[in-house]
Design a protein around this ligand. Structure first.
Ligand code: FE2
Length: 289
């Protein structure tokens, strides 16, 4: 629970505040950009919510914050914000919220599917989400893009008897995963769900392509600051030239959404997404990258 006495200095006065337990993961700025900004070290309240929509978005950020670093004077509306999750992103695709500190606040997603529902990376284990997943038909598969974002996957797998899917080279983070992706070739892990190895950020990083949705883990994301798709050498833990190659590889696929672990989501028509991928590849090939 956030504490006023630890409040970040830059917060503007008012009911919402961020305290210095913040890990600057960007979750609140993605959910409520009108309210939260970045000091360079922490998130902070740059403008108090001005209407009901901004107020609800700020409360959703409070709920999703992995470190409980957002405080609000009036807590009466928090239960309603909890009930908003998982938040619809597109038909049958949801953002789970309840980001976990174990994954540095990584985003996770839920996909409703007639052959069994999917979780892509893992949120904190919270009873509310488990109950909602159960109401929506349970969980059959948990796809883990890479070792950093497994969070409470084992608890969700145990609750629902779901199969966790992860690449061999990430297995140390989830040693008892039920399904292991091998090698460097794209493979259908279930009909309509293609795991594409994208080594670079980590050795066994994989993205998941389902219809027009690319669940991109920490391989690529939309950057607000750059106004384009992005990947970063600064958060590449394994092999940067390989990550650049993996971006090139993705240009062989059509998709309309990029749904990342960290960073903003992107949504374009497939033709425009192809040119966005081209821009990214050109940027990564530039000497400054
Ligand atoms: Fe990562």
């Amino acid at each position: 629970m956030a504490e006023r006495r630890k409040a970040v200095r830059e917060n503007v006065e008012g009911p919402f505040f961020v305290d210095t337990t913040c890990i600057d993961c960007d979750t609140c700025r993605q959910l409520a950009p009108a309210t939260f900004g970045e000091t360079g070290e922490f998130s902070f309240v740059r403008s108090q919510p001005r209407d009901a929509a901004q107020q609800r978005a700020a409360l959703q950020a409070l709920v999703a914050c992995p470190t409980g670093s957002i405080g609000a004077s009036d807590k009466s509306a928090i239960p309603a914000a909890v009930r908003d999750f998982p938040l619809p992103v597109a038909p049958r695709v949801y953002y789970c919220g309840f980001n976990s500190p174990k994954s540095f606040g990584g985003n996770s997603y839920f996909v409703e599917h007639p052959a069994g529902n999917w979780l892509i990376d893992s949120p904190r284990f919270v009873e509310h989400l488990a109950r909602r997943f159960a109401e929506m038909g349970g969980l059959r598969y948990i796809f883990l893009t890479h070792r950093d974002d497994v969070a409470d996957a084992a608890k969700y797998a145990a609750r629902f008897g779901a199969a966790r899917i992860i690449h061999r080279h990430e297995l140390a983070s989830q040693p008892d995963a039920e399904h292991v992706v091998e090698g460097s070739e794209a493979v259908h892990v279930a009909p309509g769900f293609l795991a594409i190895p994208t080594p670079g950020h980590t050795r066994g990083h994989c993205v998941l392509l389902h219809r027009e949705f690319l669940f991109s883990g920490d391989h690529i994301w939309w950057s607000r600051a750059r106004g384009r798709l992005s990947a970063s050498r600064d958060v590449c833990w394994y092999n940067w030239p390989l990550q650049v190659q993996s971006v090139e590889l993705l240009r062989n696929y059509d998709f309309e959404w990029v749904l990342p672990g960290h960073g903003e989501r992107a949504h374009f028509h497939a033709v425009e997404m192809r040119s966005q991928m081209q821009r990214l590849a050109a940027a990564l090939a530039a000497p400054s990258q």
